[in-house]
Write a protein of this length. Structure first.
Length: 634
């Protein structure tokens, strides 16, 4: 079912078919259950008036279609963040534009039922028809645990279904329960609504329904003795990062070389087989080579997302939050901020949106302002091009090369700057107390490879959509600016490409910026790339591919990198000096070259003051950093 069909079906069944809401704490298996019920047929967006994710899907049951709404993960219905507030409003029918659900699927991890029961009591107090879904049943049994589900259902007065979401076990039974929604009984034997009563009630139920408690996971205990160790933990974390960044160059290289050759061959074929003229040049140089210069980096981006998603699914990233918690505390932030900053390594936009789970307005704003410094995937094509071209492949430590270590250094520089800026904000204009933070460390689990693959493909699809819209549009616009106005013919001869380039609108814009960027050795060509990168950071690569192609000659076929290092026949100097390339790298570490990020900061803060502030101070840091780098290496 494609997106259009799904949206149409959801609109048709709204108000006619029952709506079931999924509610549960983070790491409870709620998202896996949602994917299993809907078959990944889900529509995503935001709730009206807020930026909290809204996922709605369709589940097929024996009685027909049912709307399934995946509510934001929450530990309590006493909301302290925007995420939790949205979940409470929907369950109470107070969310504008959203129907009150006809029933609730309360999702809980069977291995941590003692922590879940007090929250379950909160949900049951709402009086909605409810069904308890216990996930991780296989893990419960593997660790020697046993719960009398029938007696637990009798104690709560609601139906209970045990499932293993990633293997599909119990999903058909749950569909049958959902089809029988009208027969769900009302909860009973509930405690008073105060905290003490809920925990006492939960302890009593557990004693009556638990045949044997699950043993602690030996694997989790063994790994945590190392990974959470105050000394070994950070060292392992650093080693993992070093191996990760080295792999981006080592393992993605063959696929990148294949795609680069494919793009070059496609452009050459178009030039050889289509009638000569501006339209063919636009298609070959502006579109195929322009967009292709960015698409070449898809293997690296896919590897980046695959590792991050895998480590998140297996439970290690939660340990990463624990390891860096002391560092975040030094910056005046709390653990929720780590999740937002970590998300920003994929893209600053979802990272900034993830700050809605931070209850403290000061912490939230400090995180929003710091997030753009983290190295998003859009910077990766720029880093890969310049590092791969100007940094040696020589091994420096075992299997690690200077390229891999340089890439890791760039990521660390961005991350350190994000923390430093957050610390300065929290100790200055955003000074305030930090709220308590609760972090649950889930057991280590081997993630579903299918789920990881689907999530990676979804992110690659988003990147390709970006390449097909923003980057394509920017590449076409840039080609036009590089080719117009056309100089007059001399003696009936068409002007040379170099003459066209130097008289173009793009050259004029780049030359106007030369006084600003001359201290870093940037010429007007790089300045044009910086202007284009405001639409999307990756556009710098496609921009440079087009600009330098006019001077590339036969060296074009030998690769973009060699073309950049080659000497200009007129000046005798490299087309891009190494010191300027390193300065450009540093500039991209700090500069907020992304209109989308500025727009989402405006939406999240409801003011243009903060995006203007973020752009200005990040540009100032980027300019100074690039200047110092150029001075040191010249």
């Amino acid at each position: 079912m494609n997106a259009a069909t799904l949206a149409r079906t959801l609109a048709e069944i709204k108000g006619k078919s029952p709506t079931v809401a999924l509610v549960g704490s983070p790491n409870s298996g709620k998202t896996t259950l949602f994917n299993a019920l809907t078959g990944l047929r889900a529509k995503t967006g935001n709730y009206p008036g807020v930026t909290v994710d809204r996922k709605v899907g369709i589940a097929k049951t024996p009685a027909g279609l049912v709307r399934v709404v995946d509510l934001p993960g929450t530990y309590s219905l006493h909301a302290i963040s925007q995420d939790e507030s949205v979940a409470v409003q929907i369950l109470k029918g107070e969310m504008v534009g959203e129907e009150k659900p006809d029933g609730v699927l309360v999702v809980a991890d069977a291995t941590t039922l003692d922590r879940s029961l007090p929250f379950i009591a909160e949900v049951l107090h709402l009086g909605l028809p409810s069904c308890l879904v216990l996930t991780m049943i296989d893990e419960l049994k593997a660790r020697g645990g046993d719960i009398d589900l029938a007696r637990l259902g009798g104690e709560l007065g609601i139906p209970i279904v045990g499932i293993v979401g990633n293997r599909g076990i119990g999903i058909d039974d749950l569909r049958a329960r959902i089809a029988d929604l009208a027969q769900w009984s009302e909860p009973r034997n509930l405690p008073q609504e105060d905290t003490e009563s809920r925990f006492a009630w939960a302890d009593g139920i557990l004693q009556r329904v638990t045949r044997s408690r699950p043993r602690s996971s030996r694997l989790t205990q063994a790994l945590d003795r190392i990974l959470l160790h105050p000394i070994l933990g950070p060292l392992v974390f650093l080693a993992f990062l070093a191996a990760f960044f080295q792999s981006i160059f080592s393992y993605a290289a063959p696929a990148m070389d294949f795609m680069a050759g494919l793009m070059d061959q496609s452009a050459d074929w178009l030039l050889a087989n289509l009638p000569a003229g501006m339209l063919t040049d636009l298609l070959a140089d502006g579109i195929v080579r322009g967009v292709g210069a960015v698409l070449v980096f898809i293997p690296q981006i896919a590897l980046l997302f695959a590792v991050i998603i895998f480590m998140e699914s297996c439970g290690y990233l939660a340990r990463g939050a624990f390891v860096v918690d002391r560092l975040l505390g030094w910056a005046g932030l709390e653990g929720r901020c780590f999740i937002s900053l970590l998300s920003s390594y994929a893209c600053a936009v979802p990272g900034i949106l993830a700050t809605r789970s931070i209850p403290s307005p000061r912490d939230r704003l400090a995180t929003i302002l710091a997030a753009p410094f983290t190295t998003c995937s859009a910077r990766l094509p720029v880093y890969a091009l310049l590092v791969g071209t100007f940094i040696s492949r020589e091994k420096v430590l075992g299997p690690f090369t200077w390229q891999g270590m340089t890439l890791m250094g760039l990521y660390f520089l961005g991350g350190f700057t994000a923390l430093l800026s957050a610390a300065l904000f929290k100790k200055g204009m955003l000074r305030g107390a930090t709220l308590p933070f609760y972090l649950e460390l889930p057991p280590y689990r081997f993630p579903s490879l299918k789920l990881v693959t689907v999530q990676v493909l979804r992110r690659i699809k988003l990147f390709l959509r970006r390449a097909g819209t923003v980057i394509l549009g920017a590449s076409v616009l840039l080609w036009i600016l590089l080719n117009f106005p056309q100089p007059e013919e001399v003696d009936g001869r068409a002007p040379e490409p170099q003459t066209v380039l130097e008289s173009s609108y793009a050259a004029q814009a780049g030359q106007a910026l030369e006084p600003l960027f001359a201290p870093m050795g940037f010429d007007w060509r790089i300045n044009v790339g910086l202007l284009g990168s405001l639409a999307a950071r990756e556009v710098l690569v496609s921009t440079m591919a087009q600009v330098y192609a006019y001077e590339g000659g036969e060296e074009d076929a030998e690769g973009f990198g060699k073309m950049l290092r080659a000497r200009n026949p007129e000046t005798g100097e490299p087309r891009l000096k190494r010191a300027s390339a390193m300065a450009l790298l540093v500039f991209f570490v700090f500069a907020l070259q992304c209109i989308s990020t500025l727009a989402v900061i405006r939406r999240e803060t409801n003011s243009w003051r903060w995006p203007a502030f973020a752009f200005t101070y990040s540009f100032a840091i980027a300019w100074l950093g690039a200047w110092w780098t150029y001075l040191l290496l010249s």
